[in-house]
Write a protein of this length. Structure first.
Length: 395
């Protein structure tokens, strides 16, 4: 069934998926999401056993008893590596997913909802990871995909979307959501991104994200803290929910603190927490962290931070760039937004070891890709020697 986060005593049937939040508790100003609830006694902890006969597949398929019905075929999403950056500090590298971002976990679940209700396709408002992932999973399921992108969509992302034969419609930011609603109402496409004034998103989406917590648990147990790049708050809520389910199943006793890592250019979740609100709207200043910058937050982020005893950290682009460079020196090419977790850890110097920083997507997705191109040199030793010396490589 689906349960309201605005009032957990309110339940709805699992079908149809509620894509505009809880109709009973939401208002014109604040929309409360719903989440999927399960018969945990029926699911049981057996799926966390390493025994071969309990494993139903790889990636999200392994966790099917604790997910909405996976009606859409997968692409091998999930099962991403946990890399020890230094003693006690781990990077969960979500760039290893099929479309190189964490969004693949969400879209396996949301596309499955579209398949289950016989929708002719999906529609999404996105200029980055979400749109590319939705297009890929729709293509895999034989569905059409419409992407309302922003006018400043990076060329590499536009190429990515078109490769999956999505219908890409760049429009002004404010027009994306009203147009998306019209496509839902008049064309019958299933929405896999937000439709409400404050963020609710798809009820099934965060269910895919909670498998990150399952994988972390199998690798290192329960971390002291998890640092999560945060826009609308779906990812941090999903990971938090995964750990709470592990405790509910009797597999763990303690829970990690959750740190939401936002660009200082907006940081609506930080404002919501300061003012004691379920969500907030703020002005947006320029930032290259476009994947997680948002004028509006959602109640899911408040739940994860508040219930875990965590914190919201607002980060400058300079701190994000420093963290991205640190990851690159360790062999990990991350999108600027993806470095927010490590940037926040370096800012706070939290010692709740072990610590996990979620790196959400590949550096391929950055707006900065292609801005600086390497200059050719003359094919002569003196020129080669000069370039090497300037890079600190000596004879």
């Amino acid at each position: 069934m689906q349960r309201s986060l605005g009032d957990p005593t309110i339940n709805y049937p699992l079908w149809p998926p509620l894509t505009a939040g809880c109709p009973q508790t939401s208002t014109n100003d604040i929309a409360y999401p719903v989440e999927v609830d399960y018969d945990y006694d029926q699911a049981g902890p057996a799926i966390f056993s390493p025994a071969k006969d309990t494993i139903r597949g790889t990636g999200l398929d392994r966790w099917a008893p604790l997910l909405p019905p996976l009606a859409a075929p997968g692409l091998g999403e999930g099962g991403t590596p946990l890399i020890e950056l230094e003693p006690g500090v781990f990077i969960k590298d979500e760039s290893r997913n099929p479309t190189w971002s964490h969004k693949d976990r969400l879209n396996r679940c949301t596309t499955s909802a579209a398949v289950a209700i016989d929708a002719p396709g999906v529609v999404v408002a996105s200029s980055g990871n979400h749109g590319a992932s939705a297009a890929a999973f729709a293509a895999r399921a034989g569905l059409r995909c419409v992407v309302f992108a922003g006018p400043d969509t990076p060329p590499v992302v536009d190429a990515f979307l078109n490769a999956y034969e999505a219908v890409v419609l760049p429009v002004p930011w404010a027009a994306r959501w009203p147009l998306m609603q019209l496509v839902v109402d008049r064309m019958g496409l299933h929405p896999v991104s937000n439709l409400t004034a404050t963020h609710t998103g798809h009820a099934f989406g965060p269910e895919g994200y909670k498998t990150i917590a399952y994988e972390i648990y199998l690798d290192i147990g329960v971390p002291g803290a998890v640092f999560v790049p945060t826009g609308y708050g779906e990812l941090i809520f999903g990971i938090w929910k995964g750990f709470t389910e592990l405790r509910r199943l009797g597999l763990i006793e303690r829970l990690p603190r959750m740190f939401a890592c936002e660009p200082a250019a907006a940081a609506p979740l930080a404002q919501a927490m300061r003012k004691g609100l379920p969500a907030a709207q703020v002005a947006v200043e320029p930032t290259d962290a476009y994947s997680i910058v948002s004028a509006v937050s959602g109640y899911r982020g408040v739940v994860a931070v508040r219930e875990s005893g965590g914190q919201v950290v607002a980060l400058s682009d300079e701190k994000l760039e420093a963290a991205r460079s640190e990851l690159a020196r360790m062999g990990l090419w991350a999108e600027l937004s993806s470095a927010a977790g490590l940037a926040a850890l370096r800012t706070l110097e939290i010692r709740d070891e072990p610590v996990v920083c979620i790196s959400t997507s590949s550096g391929f997705k950055d707006r900065t890709v292609g801005r600086r191109l390497t200059q050719s040199i003359a094919p002569e030793w003196e020129e080669v020697r000069r370039r090497l010396r300037s890079a600190g490589i000596r004879e």
